[in-house]
Write a protein that binds this ligand. Structure first.
Ligand code: PLP
Length: 428
């Protein structure tokens, strides 16, 4: 048995290069994070060898006594992390990632061609919430279900709940989806609950981006109002790549969510669970109960606010005028540049963020904004002071994009590499 370096120097070499890239980059993609060594140890363990189709105590393969113990522990920790009573809420920890988790919910509670309403992708929603263009049903969700997205009020940058209510009254969806990939504010869950109740729809929250913030109670709690809550596990929650589905145990609209969702995960859409991921997730969820995790999530938000304030001081327009969570969405259109150009220039200086549509954009390929997130660099130890520097560096990149000048030596963008690779900000 060889270690990776001996068995496959080529793959080892690529991993080494990627690790070095992660170390020297300013990682500002809002959906990314650096998970812990303990999580990675579980993910890289013998748990990957085992087949365990089914649920604890009800498996289709032998030899699952320890896998059962692990999955039960993971379920208990998932409920504890979000302060849920196991009599009222259940959880499935087997979804392979966020998009499969969402599709599993849809197949659990909907029939083909039932109607759904999620936030439109160009307004901050996620593909898996039913994205389609006038020409094409892009996501599987919009191919198999009838999607009528709701949108933001373009002047405030906030969800247009009045329009959602009006449209829902006419469209009569069976499922309304809260949650987003690029929305810097909390959702109004009480209002969405009212709308869902008025039209007889299930209310689901996809908290993928903010699940760490929810666990630490630094944003509003979707569990108080929603029937189903899905999440990825690798964003602000800082676990391994994976997904979870939380469901109410009492029937909702005559549907037993527990059996419908468990059956949609397996045998509906998945086979054997990724037990190494479930192991890593259990480790992450234990950490989510610690004071250290709560302090981290508070810092994610205060750092993001510091970034937002500095950007506004520099004259930038932020969608919704600021942030309550881990991300800001900068509208670059008033400056006469675009997200694609700025992303490219910053990438050349190892500042990693992403171009993002802002409401009212004409082109998805050349969107008018950039999305900036604080979770990853907060994990590396950045505080508000460093995030002010981050805003200044981004500003430098935007100015370069405006002046179309090449990166000249002596530019602050080049200095930042010395800054980010100092021992003060270790990777893991
Ligand atoms: N839901 C939301 C809100 C997301 O932002 C994402 C990914 O960014 C997903 C779901 C999908 O997760 P995955 O990429 O793990 O399928």
């Amino acid at each position: 048995d060889y270690g990776l370096g001996e068995a496959d120097p080529e793959v080892r070499g690529i991993i080494n290069k990627e690790k070095e890239r992660q170390f020297r980059s300013l990682e500002l993609i809002a959906s990314e994070n650096f998970t812990s060594r303990a999580v990675m140890e579980a993910v890289g363990s013998c748990l990957t060898n085992k087949y365990s189709e089914g649920l604890p105590g009800k498996r289709y393969y032998g030899g699952n006594e320890y896998i059962d113990e692990l999955e039960i522990l993971c379920q208990e920790r998932a409920l504890a992390a979000f302060n849920l009573d196991g009599k009222q809420w259940g959880v499935n920890v087997q979804p392979l990632s966020g998009s499969p988790a969402n599709f599993e919910v849809y197949t659990a509670v909907l029939n083909p061609h039932d109607r759904i309403m999620g936030l439109d992708l160009p307004h901050g929603g996620h593909l898996s919430h039913g994205f389609m263009t006038p020409k094409r049903r892009v996501s599987g969700t919009s191919i198999y279900f009838e999607s009528m997205p709701y949108r933001l009020d373009e002047s405030s940058g906030l969800v247009d709940y009045d329009m959602l209510e009006k449209t829902a009254t006419l469209f009569r969806p069976k499922l309304i989806i809260a949650g987003a990939s690029a929305y810097p504010r909390d959702f109004d869950y009480p209002r969405m609950r009212k709308i869902a109740d008025a039209v007889g729809a299930f209310l689901m929250m996809d908290m993928a981006h903010i699940s760490g913030l929810v666990a630490a109670s630094v944003v509003a709690n979707p569990f108080e109002y929603c029937d189903i809550v899905t999440t990825t596990t690798h964003k602000s929650l800082r676990g391994p790549r994976g997904g979870m589905i939380f469901f109410k145990k009492d029937p909702v609209l005559g549907v037993d969510l527990e059996s419908a969702i468990n059956n949609a995960v397996f045998p509906g859409l998945q086979g054997g669970p990724h037990n190494h991921t479930i192991g890593g997730l259990a480790v992450c969820l234990k950490h989510a109960k610690s004071p250290d995790f709560k302090a981290y999530q508070n810092k994610v938000v205060s750092n993001c606010r510091a970034l937002a304030s500095r950007l506004m001081e520099l004259g930038y327009k932020l969608v919704s005028g600021g942030t309550d969570n881990h991300l800001v969405l900068v509208d670059l259109r008033p400056l006469g540049t675009d997200g694609a150009r700025v992303e490219k220039i910053l990438d050349m200086a190892s500042i990693t963020l992403n171009k993002n549509s802002v409401a009212g954009d004409k082109s998805a390929l050349v969107p008018g904004g950039i999305r900036i997130g604080s979770p990853a660099m907060t994990t590396r130890g950045f505080s508000e002071k460093e995030f002010v520097t981050v805003a200044d560096l981004i500003n430098e990149g935007v100015q370069i994009s405006l002046e179309a000048k090449s990166l000249v030596s002596g530019s602050k963008l080049q200095d930042f590499m010395k800054f980010v690779t100092s021992p003060e900000f270790p990777l893991i």
